[in-house]
Write a new protein. Structure first.
Length: 212
């Protein structure tokens, strides 16, 4: 089964530019969705399917930088490549610091554009992988009982079984049983793997409240 081509979202108020870039990208094997303004994009925020955004900086209504900020606040993982005829160093620095893959001046060469899209899609794949792993971690941790979660938080902080038993007012053998159950539910073979999952989800911070 052939996978769908990446989706390139082109946001630009210049109709001729949109048409030219769309033809180039379609000929290069991409699926292209066109938006004549950032406001139109906001009204039709796309799903998180594999792709990226080609974004003009200066448009009527919301600017490209404004749209970049909005997408950041909603947790979009679609990488952004700015295409602008109004670029300057401060603008480029701001865009890159906010997570843009690149800022390319208009007119842009086919080689530079396709290279930037390639890098953006690589970033998308990395972000999607992180999101998938995080969601898997959350689902596994959600299967723990409240007591198992407490034990995990204390194990992550380096507490010994007898220390955890004392802190929770239970027997050391009970703590060991909880640890075994935790390892099974998290589907890990070592405490180090469990610690890695807990760190990604901020679970060590929960142990602080137990001792207060």
């Amino acid at each position: 089964m052939t996978s769908s081509p990446p989706i390139i979202h082109l946001v630009d108020d210049d109709a001729l530019f949109r048409t030219a870039i769309a033809r180039l990208l379609c000929a290069s094997g991409y699926h292209v969705v066109l938006y004549e303004s950032a406001d139109q994009f906001v009204e039709n925020v796309p799903s998180q399917e594999r792709g990226c955004i080609l974004l003009d900086r200066q448009m009527p209504g919301l600017s490209g930088l404004d749209l970049q900020e909005r997408l950041r606040t909603i947790g979009s993982i679609l990488p952004i490549v700015f295409l602008t005829g109004h670029g300057d160093i401060p603008m480029s620095v701001r865009a890159i610091k906010a997570g843009a893959e690149d800022v390319l001046p208009k007119p842009v060469s086919k080689e530079d554009l396709l290279a930037a899209i390639g890098r953006a899609l690589a970033l998308y794949d990395q972000a999607r992988s992180r999101t998938t792993r995080l969601n898997s971690d959350k689902a596994r941790v959600a299967s723990l009982t409240p007591r198992e979660r407490q034990v995990l938080a204390l194990l992550v902080r380096g507490k010994l079984h007898k220390q955890i038993a004392y802190e929770l007012g239970t027997a050391e053998r009970t703590v060991k049983a909880h640890r075994h159950s935790i390892m099974m539910k998290l589907k890990v073979r070592s405490l180090a793997e469990a610690v890695s999952i807990a760190d990604r989800l901020g679970i060590p911070d929960e142990a602080s409240s137990l001792s207060q």
